[in-house]
Write a protein that binds this ligand. Structure first.
Ligand code: PRP
Length: 223
């Protein structure tokens, strides 16, 4: 189902936000310099040229990075392992952990809720999250059906508003949980930033792809 882009061009997708800040020095280390507007947060441009004639960058939302990759609209992406785990798609291959962007995916709730309940008796729980697939799998392991309410951000407010008993979200410093009166209940997985590629492009454009992959990999070896 790969989309046939202009075959001369190699597209790299980078998510806006947290991962993008980490991506900038990584691109620099592999000698890829995006055009100036890439660094301008006020710019509305979404596609950028680089100092390499055939390499272009697109900036999209983190979950959309995976979608562009799955359809082969981009060949390579810098992407959080949280998004990769949520999609868990066979067309995405993620060979390199960049060893940056470390955080954790956790289940959290408020003290008020935790005081009044016994999760061992549950067969059902309502959870607010951006990660319904990971969340369902996690609770299924203990025989609990998780009804996931998909929120796109700021889910730390959800338990207080009686939307759910639990949230599943990323935690870095823990400040957002604390500021909203939430407590970590358990860790689901550790998260870091990875290089991911479209499998079909890897086979059909092997030489170009392996050259870029090797460059990304060499940064890791230098660390
Ligand atoms: C992420 C995450 C938490 C917060 C955790 O949100 O979803 O809300 O960071 O960081 P902390 O533990 O250091 O406080 P982000 O800022 O990426 O925005 P979002 O709410 O749009 O997901």
């Amino acid at each position: 189902m790969n989309i046939m882009n202009n075959l001369q061009d190699m597209y790299i997708a980078i998510p806006k936000g947290r991962v993008m800040i980490e991506a900038i020095p990584i691109l620099e280390e592999i000698g890829l310099i995006p055009e100036k507007s890439f660094f301008d947060n006020n710019s509305r441009i979404l596609q950028f040229s680089t100092n390499k004639k055939n390499v272009k960058i697109i900036k999209v939302r983190s979950f959309d990075v995976a979608t562009f990759l799955i359809y082969g609209a981009v060949q390579i992406a810098i992407i959080g392992s949280d998004v990769l785990d949520e999609f868990n798609h066979s067309e995405i291959y993620s060979p390199i952990d960049l060893n940056v962007g470390h955080c954790r995916m956790v289940v959290a709730s408020s003290n008020e809720i935790l005081k009044k309940e016994n999760p061992l008796e549950w067969s059902y729980v309502r959870v607010a999250t951006k990660y319904p697939n990971i969340t369902k799998k996690h609770f299924e392991k203990r025989g609990v059906h998780a009804e996931c309410i998909k929120l796109n951000g700021a889910m730390e407010i959800a338990p207080k508003m009686s939307l759910c008993r639990r949230i599943v979200d990323l935690v870095d410093t823990g400040k957002t949980l604390e500021a909203n009166g939430l407590i970590e209940v358990e860790e689901i997985t550790k998260v870091s930033t990875r290089i991911a590629i479209n499998r079909t492009a890897y086979k059909t454009r092997f030489e170009e792809m392996i050259e870029l992959i090797n460059k990304f990999e060499s940064i890791n070896n230098e660390k």
